[in-house]
Design a protein around this ligand. Structure first.
Ligand code: TRP
Length: 456
């Protein structure tokens, strides 16, 4: 495909909604509350917000820069911008990360389909908090149902991918994101008016600084990268479809703010209910799935609420799986000169294999662990906490050291037609603060900083 014929997003609002659709997904509504719950509550939230501003925003702008400048997929972008060098490893890391993320993300996405069916059939009604926990456990550790739903979800993603960029991604995002937002707000209102709701709000917003450990910081950084879809070139691929008049700075800011807002709303929706129904905040990946049915029980026409909610959650997950699939498909398609359709098949089948193993790791493969983590957890850990932050670090190092400032500024200001008041601040953060902070967080987690201190 030549540069000229490359598809672009149709409208300004389409750009923002599609990118928000990519960023907002299970990461905000499933993973964020579970991370907050497992990492001590408000202290995690605080570090998370700092990571979003210090690391997330600069990396996002930088990915947008690379994508629109090169107009290529994640791996191809570096071949265009830095031909003959090794920098394209950033793109390969990204393609691999997309693949691995899909390998566990599709499992959770499949769960949302099961809950849609349960809401519809009325089997979520009339149960206690303990029942919901037991039911989830029985379902997720099974074989046929969770795997069936996961396959269904991958098939859905596959279909949209082969139907083309514009019609698929853009149309889907335009309708769903606003509706999801309103439903979240309504559920937050129900949740904070439950008995003992304040305890949940305290857990979410009143930080206990003693809870900040190196692993909490690493988890918060991982969550920031995961939630914003950065560090692996996903947004490089998206920005390659942006038009030349798209304002990269404001788009990055809007996407970041919306994504963070949705995550915080998800927290407000979950934690008051967690405390009100005496569920353990540390429950892990099932937290959202065992908490929310209790909230729906408290609403008139609860089954309808839960049905609509899980449909929207599935769609939010879909716009994210599309983005991940797109990274891998665009790479195979453009670099191996294979048809888009054929490329998509390769990706889908590979993902399917990973997803089946991930799903089984909640049941019959539970005992098979890698460094003490189940296959599902290992994929999550490897991508969110290692590959994405390292990818982000190298993206910054690449642009910070190899790209002429003039070119960077030219692209970010659309050839000086729009201002970039904080360009120097951005460039400083991108070049120094972000990569150094990521490095320190890693060294800290590995215990190397403590070790050095011990030597002094
Ligand atoms: N950010 C998405 C979510 O929150 C998941 C996702 C989509 C993603 N594309 C990504 C994560 C690229 C990391 C990299 O659900």
């Amino acid at each position: 495909m030549t540069t000229n014929t490359r598809a672009t997003f149709g409208s300004k609002i389409g750009v923002i909604l599609a990118t928000v659709g990519c960023a907002v997904g299970l990461g905000n509504i499933w993973r964020f509350p579970y991370m907050v719950g497992s990492n001590g509550g408000a202290a995690f939230l605080l570090i998370y917000v700092i990571c979003i501003l210090l690391l997330g925003l600069p990396v996002m702008i930088t990915e947008f820069f690379i994508g629109r400048r090169s107009r290529r997929n994640a791996a191809g972008a570096f071949k265009v911008m830095a031909p003959g060098t090794k920098w394209s490893f950033i793109g390969y890391n990204g393609v691999l990360a997309a693949f691995l993320i899909l390998g566990f993300y599709s499992v959770v996405a499949g769960w949302t389909l099961e809950y849609i069916m349960q809401a519809f059939s009325g089997s979520l009604s009339g149960k206690t908090a303990a029942d919901f926990a037991v039911e989830f456990e029985t379902f997720s550790s099974g074989i046929i149902r969770p795997i069936g739903w996961t396959i269904a979800f991958i098939a859905l993603t596959h279909l949209i991918i082969i139907s083309g960029v514009k019609s698929g991604i853009e149309r889907a995002s335009k309708v769903m994101m606003p509706v999801l937002f309103f439903i979240l707000v309504a559920l937050c209102i129900r949740s904070v008016t439950l008995p003992d709701a304040t305890e949940g709000l305290k857990f979410l917003f009143h930080p206990d600084f003693e809870k900040i450990t190196s692993s909490v910081v690493l988890s918060a950084m991982g969550q920031a990268f995961f939630s914003l879809s950065i560090g692996m070139g996903c947004l490089i691929t998206y920005a390659s479809y942006f038009g030349k008049e798209t304002n990269l700075q404001t788009t990055a800011l809007q996407v970041t703010l919306l994504d963070t807002l949705v995550a915080i709303l998800a927290g407000i929706m979950i934690f008051p209910a967690v405390f009100s129904f005496h569920i353990a905040p540390t429950a892990g990946p099932e937290l959202v799935f065992i908490t929310l049915p209790n909230v729906f029980e408290q609403l008139p026409l609860g089954w309808l609420w839960s049905f609509i909610f899980f449909v929207l959650l599935a769609l939010a997950a879909l716009t994210s799986t599309i983005s991940l699939h797109e990274v891998a498909t665009a790479y195979v398609h453009e670099e191996y000169h294979m048809s888009r359709k054929k490329a998509a098949w390769f990706v889908s089948i590979g993902v399917l294999v990973l997803a089946v193993i991930s799903s089984l790791s909640f049941g019959i493969l539970k005992e098979y662990t890698i460094f003490g983590l189940t296959f599902f957890d290992a994929l999550d850990y490897l991508t969110a906490k290692i590959m994405l932050p390292l990818g982000g670090m190298f993206i910054c190092i690449y642009v910070g050291t190899r790209v002429d400032r003039k070119i960077l500024k030219e692209e970010l200001t659309n050839k000086s037609t729009i201002p970039f008041h904080f360009f120097n601040t951005y460039a400083f953060f991108m070049k120094y603060i972000s990569p150094i902070a990521i490095g320190i967080i890693f060294l800290n987690e590995l215990g190397i900083i403590k070790w050095i201190k011990g030597l002094l």
